[in-house]
Design a protein around this ligand. Sequence first.
Ligand code: ADE
Ligand code: ZN
Length: 326
Amino acid sequence: MCPLAELHVHIEGTLSHSLIRELARRNDLPIPPAARRDGPSSFGCLDDFLRDYYANLDVLRERRDFTDLANAYLKRASQAGVVHAEIFFDPQSHTRRGVPLSTVILGLSDALEEAPDRFGMTASLIMCFLRDRGPQEACAIYDEALAFRDRFIGVGLDSSEEGFPPSWFAGVFARAKADGLHRVAHAGEESGPEYVWEALDILDVERIDHGIRSLEDLELVARLKAEGMPLTVCPLSNVALRNSPADIAQHPLPVMLGEGLMVTVNSDDPEYFGGYIDDNFAALTRAGVIDGAQCRQLARNSIRASFMPEARKAALLSGEDIRVSR
Ligand code: ADE
Ligand code: ZN
């Protein structure tokens, strides 16, 4: 299997039902109602999913809870052939519940530091701002996070999309750029191409998360292609949240590849949307959406679009560095 980088996964979206139960027991808490339902969940839209996603986080309280969460993801991702992951986390979803930022960042970091030895892979953190909490709160959490500046490599923008444009976050993204941090943003998942334009022009992002609705604007497609701008696409997520047709065979990914866009495949929230990164590849392949050559292209794209040092990217692309050590 080609080495893969996963560039769009929310650590909170890797919280499994079994870990929810274990943490509820350990922290002497009730099992959140959303996690009591049996069988796969179905969601009407992004906000419908986000209600369950935020409610289930209640069981994450202690530093080791965050470590266990990250370790479970790293183990599963390494089994899927992931050699490097750039993992989103949502600090505001925890601090607003009274969990200190240090608990979140240090807990996740404990797992990431051990990842080369335990799982033969590397991983970094990208801190996301919840767009529906507005720019002031984003600035406040950014200020607080600067005490842990060496623990994350970039900032992102996620949560409820419609009505919360990227332009609101111009100030905090400019600060992140001045501080030498990478910048990514969700755009064109539910919202139209105008949010992708804003993310490019106003936030100066280096990757667009999702971006599938860019296809509606030919001028935007040309711009994304000319710049080789990576789009971190999440097919099972798009189907589960009804942002693409219910039949994955109709997913726009092959059209995006055909347009010459720098597309990667990712899992987004694998415990909610029916699978990890390898499951996304398998679903696409099974439905005849992509062939073997396109799988290899997508894997190479993921390495190129990552924020790994150029020397490691070159080694991975030439097949010299499949497994890593510290
Ligand atoms: N947070 C977790 N998953 C998300 C998604 N798919 N879109 C926006 N915010 C999210
Ligand atoms: Zn996402």
